[in-house]
Ligand binder design. Structure first.
Ligand SMILES: Nc1ncnc2c1ncn2[C@@H]1O[C@H](COP(=O)(O)OP(=O)(O)O)[C@@H](O)[C@H]1O
Ligand SMILES: [Mg+2]
Length: 171
């Protein structure tokens, strides 16, 4: 099943990391995942979980100051963070060779991908993360938006797996 968009709410860091791990376990081919949302939205937490689901054993830390960190899992994992780059600096990033990984032989996670939109491939998964407050307190809304067929089938499978988990848990 292909799905354009799917939203889910989490209430803790652990829940967000678990969603990441679920996604990570599902990935079976190289792809690009763009994470959008303000500082503190939970992008790095999500990537940490996803890396675990992809079989990374090392500690995943924020690449904000180095732009790129590479991990070894079932695939090479390229964790980018464009926070320190400015909009319109696509050319510089292209010169640094980022394009080789977008996509390349592995799975690329890109925080602040919206800063360098020209570097995104045609097919990628966007995850938009928002912090909100309601009567239950603090939460995060994660919206998965597919761009292209591969991303759409991942979003479909993810939604299916998640509703299966939730139904399973309530039985
Ligand atoms: N539901 C949640 N999901 C993810 N992080 C959460 C959640 N609730 C609270 N947090 C906290 O928010 C922060 C998210 O940090 P981080 O993932 O580094 O954000 P970003 O990479 O988007 O700047 C962490 O300190 C985490 O403990
Ligand atoms: Mg981060």
């Amino acid at each position: 099943m292909r799905l354009k968009e799917y939203s889910v709410i989490t209430r803790s860091e652990k829940e967000t990391a678990c969603l990441g791990a679920l996604l990570g376990r599902m990935i079976e081919e190289p792809m690009v995942i763009a994470l959008k949302g303000d500082l503190g939205a939970g992008k790095t937490v999500f990537v940490r979980g996803a890396a675990m689901g992809l079989g990374v054993n090392e500690q995943v830390t924020s690449p904000t100051f180095v732009l790129l960190k590479v991990y070894r899992g079932r695939f090479p994992i390229y964790h980018f963070d464009y926070y320190r780059l400015n909009e319109g600096e696509d050319e510089e990033a292209i010169e640094m060779g980022f394009e080789e990984y977008l996509p390349g032989d592995g799975v690329a996670f890109v925080e602040w991908a919206e800063r360098l939109p020209l570097l995104l491939p045609v097919d990628y998964l966007e995850i938009y993360m928002e912090l909100f407050f309601d009567k239950e307190g603090e939460g995060r809304r994660l919206t998965f938006v597919s761009h292209g067929k591969l991303a759409a089938s991942i979003v479909g499978e993810f939604a299916n797996n998640l509703s299966a988990d939730i139904n399973g848990a309530s039985n």
